[in-house]
Design a protein around this ligand. Sequence first.
Ligand code: PLP
Length: 394
Amino acid sequence: QQQLSDRINSMATSQTLAMAAKARELKAEGKDIIGLSLGEPDFNTPDFIKDAAIQAINDNYNSYTPVDGYVELKDAIITKFKRDNNLTYDRSQIVVSTGAKQSLANVAMVVLNPGDEVLLPCPYWVSYSEIVKLAEGVPVEMPTSVKSNFKITPEELEAAITPKTKMIWYSSPCNPSGMVYSREELKALAEVLRKYPDIIVVSDEIYEHINFVGDHASIAEFEHMYDRTVTVNGVSKAFAMTGWRIGYIGAPTYIARACNKMQGQITSGANCIAQRAVITALEAPVSKISHMIETFKKRRELIIDLLNNIDGFITPEPEGAFYVFPNVSSFFGKTFKGHTIKDADDFSMFLLEEANVATVTGAAFGNPDCIRISYAASEDQITEALKRIKDILK
Ligand code: PLP
């Protein structure tokens, strides 16, 4: 008899990871699968960062670190926040964690009481709702559409707020839509929040540097938002360091100290070698990673071009991150080899089985009319994948 908790039994499996596992399975059976499902840069971690890690090993960094991160790393984060975001934090406001995923989980665990509502503008990153539920919060999805470029308006925000609203979580640049909130758009949302000073904002800025439209804006820049915003960031995406598992927050001191307490009982802090390497990564000028951003930019143009050549896809142009999020509802109700495609789950599975291309259903992100295609893949792979998709849809 299996004796698992209600907590784990009611949790959904990460659909992005599940799709990657299914694609791996088919690959092992000998199928030539092109994986466009994972949110992972296909670059190597830059050499200057790898060298710093090797140096740290040779310098015998092997003990437990301070729970919330090495002081030198916190200082590098403080300098980065000032340099890139014009945000001023002190050491008591910074917590380094095992990936931004743990940063988010910490925040949910220390802020939410059972029944507290968390607004999630759709589409949102796959783990937000499960993390919120794990912390006994209630995810409240806020639908958006292609028409509004998948962004919420101030009016929609106002309408979604209830006396139980404790937080709002969003990412900009957004995974999965690729949309970026401009400073003006954030200012308008912040104006609504001015009336609700108790609502905490989680601003996930992990794709900050992968931005094709210019200025990155942080909502904590606005004075009345600073004291109740948790700014989340990490090195996984822009520095091609997904497996190193380092994320961090800048937050009001009381939230940061609570995250430190939580983490002190759960992980004792992030990996020491990775932390040393991230000091070097964050101290480097952004120009050291611009070759990767430039490559993503070219691939974005390529994939949009190819998608616009396939009838039935409606694809808003992403402004950042490395995903496109086309609406594919025009294919719902169509039949292939006796199977009817009812929704984005079926469509994504159809692409995997019939075109051998792995994508992720938009349902995983709260938008069941879309699929997410990652273009963190080579131009050849993107071209071949889109050719296969076009051919099969004919
Ligand atoms: N936030 C967003 C929006 C993401 O897309 C991801 C990774 O896919 C994360 C957070 C988690 O990143 P990390 O690898 O630092 O845990």
